[in-house]
Design a protein around this ligand. Structure first.
Ligand SMILES: NC(=O)c1ccc[n+]([C@@H]2O[C@H](COP(=O)([O-])OP(=O)(O)OC[C@H]3O[C@@H](n4cnc5c(N)ncnc54)[C@H](O)[C@@H]3O)[C@@H](O)[C@H]2O)c1
Ligand SMILES: [Zn+2]
Length: 483
């Protein structure tokens, strides 16, 4: 397989594969999730020529059709705005199309068993699906070409979106780290000290000879500090061909990712999140940051990880309170997606939430639009956390923030659901302090706070102006003795 291209950020996402692999159906749904145009190459050819593919085959023969197909493929792949492109099964037979894919696309092979593909296409008018034996022979012949052109493989919508973002979700993946971390250069491992004590040996063994040093960071949020970052800059010895592997929760991936963004003006990094928050949220999307005293996440950079490796089996050692923090983000994601993701098994939650976040971040890598939806409930949560002097766990604050956002959205059923799943308890903080923190929140434009609300589950709206009195009332409702 080709190795230089790691994700579909800023390039076309091309789906290759045999007839009947589902490229058109999957491509349309993936394009919707990534907010990109969808081009189905066969339909594009039919539109431009005014003939069906079957007629073009009949009139001009396969080589005549391939010529037209190549012309249209090159035009589509050379056009600017990144799209999702479903290629016809034989489009990759053209060397010029393969070259265009290499320079302008991240190409994904959609895997399908030949028997299933045959079931799907037999009886159709596809010219190359008229005879079962020939169909299977063609499938065998094409495999080496598909293998050559594919940057990666996937089978379903979540799998495609995850692979397009460079995210690998698999129980046990920690033991395959050596093969999953891209690049040939030396690697340095940066780990939360507590996590290093639990999972460090496995990670080091899996990285093998490529690891040149281990840097242990203070456990949790304390790692996101200026002196810790400076320490990393001093200690790192890799050159620009090297990379950083971050092992820990969101605190570790935030500071290690920022170190990678800034050291030598940017080196590649791989996130290996070990908390539920990290696997469903923080490890994905390339936002990195440290805190300043009294102000969270104010210094940072966008630096997309070369790979994110989510191994849900690492969560077995997570304290229950940290799991609850993650569950709040799972509920947030489920509300945004309009899907009861919290009812899935934990590995299922990780896969679905990681895919949701990956899609939103691919659609808006620099946080200029739809990415704002990920802040559902967070304006309130951050205000409560600040008013509590950061002693309130983020997950508890998010659970309360979701309640307020749903109240303002006028969605009592969803509010009840948050109560059932997350059991949020009002917190004892100073209401004026909380209000002052909310008004200062960085999501505030001008003087008026703008919120993320839901029209319904699955239908978020961001940048919504809400009357100050309503926001104050919703915030008060979260504070003990104020309801
Ligand atoms: N960059 C982003 O997009 C983004 C998104 C969400 C949150 N964040 C940031 O993430 C941070 C919170 O991260 P977090 O919730 O993952 O927690 P964390 O990284 O602060 O870790 C919490 C605790 O869990 C321990 N821990 C981690 N993995 C463990 C494991 N597998 N077994 C046992 N203990 C383990 C840690 O040692 C620590 O004590 C915040 O600073 C937040 O701002 C960033
Ligand atoms: Zn959060």
């Amino acid at each position: 397989m080709a190795s230089a291209r790691l994700n579909a950020l800023d390039r076309h996402l091309a789906l290759a594969g045999f007839m009947g692999s589902g490229k058109s159906r999957l491509g349309a749904e993936v394009a919707r999730r990534l907010d990109r145009p969808f081009v189905d190459l066969d339909r594009e050819i039919e539109q431009r020529t005014g003939s069906t593919v079957a007629d073009l085959f009949a009139e001009r023969g396969e080589s005549g059709f391939r010529e037209i197909e190549e012309g249209v493929a090159l035009e589509v792949l050379r056009s600017g705005k990144p799209a999702v492109v479903a290629l016809g099964g034989g489009a990759v037979l053209s060397q010029r199309t393969r070259d265009a894919l290499a320079s302008a696309a991240f190409t994904m092979l959609i895997d399908v068993e030949p028997e299933i593909a045959w079931q799907r296409v037999s009886g159709s008018n596809r010219p190359l699906a008229q005879d079962e034996e020939k169909f299977h022979a063609l499938h065998r012949d094409r495999q080496p070409v598909y293998d050559e052109v594919a940057d990666t493989r996937a089978r379903d919508v979540e799998g495609i979106v995850l692979a397009a973002a460079g995210v690998h979700v698999e129980p046990g993946a920690i033991d395959e780290l050596g093969g999953l971390v891209p690049g040939e250069g030396p690697m340095e491992l940066i780990a939360d000290e507590r996590v290093a004590g639990i999972h460090g040996v496995r990670a080091k063994d899996a990285l093998g000879l490529r690891r040149v040093a281990l840097h242990e960071l203070p456990s949790g949020e304390a790692a996101k500090a200026h002196d810790v970052l400076v320490g990393l800059w001093d200690e790192l010895t890799i050159g620009r061909d090297g990379g950083v592997v971050a092992l820990g929760g969101g605190s570790t991936t935030d500071v290690a990712g920022f170190a990678a963004a800034t050291y030598m003006r940017g080196v590649a990094w791989t996130a290996v999140p070990t908390t539920l928050v990290g696997q469903v949220d923080a490890g994905i999307g390339g936002k990195t940051a440290i805190d300043l005293p009294g102000a969270k996440n104010v210094v940072g950079a966008f630096h997309w990880p070369a790979r994110v490796v989510c191994d849900p089996s690492l969560l077995a050692t997570l304290p229950e309170s940290e799991r609850l923090n993650g569950l709040a983000e799972v509920v947030k994601t489920g509300l945004l997606a309009g899907d009861r993701l919290w009812e899935r098994s934990e590995p299922g939650q990780v896969r679905a939430c990681a895919a949701f976040k990956a899609a939103v971040c691919l659609a808006d890598p620099h946080d200029r639009g739809p990415r704002a939806q990920l802040n559902l409930g967070h304006t309130f949560a951050h205000a409560l956390e600040a008013a509590a002097g950061y002693s309130l766990p983020h997950g508890r604050a998010v659970a309360l923030g979701l309640l307020a956002a749903l109240r303002l959205s006028g969605l009592p059923d969803e509010e009840r659901l948050v109560v059932e799943v997350l059991a949020p308890e009002p917190v004892a903080v100073d209401a004026d302090r909380a209000w002052a923190a909310l008004a200062r929140d960085k999501k505030t434009e001008g003087a008026r706070p703008r919120l993320v609300l839901l029209e319904a589950a699955g239908r978020p709206r961001w940048g919504v102006e809400v009357p100050e009195a309503d926001i104050r009332r919703a915030l008060s409702g979260l504070i003990a003795g104020r309801q």
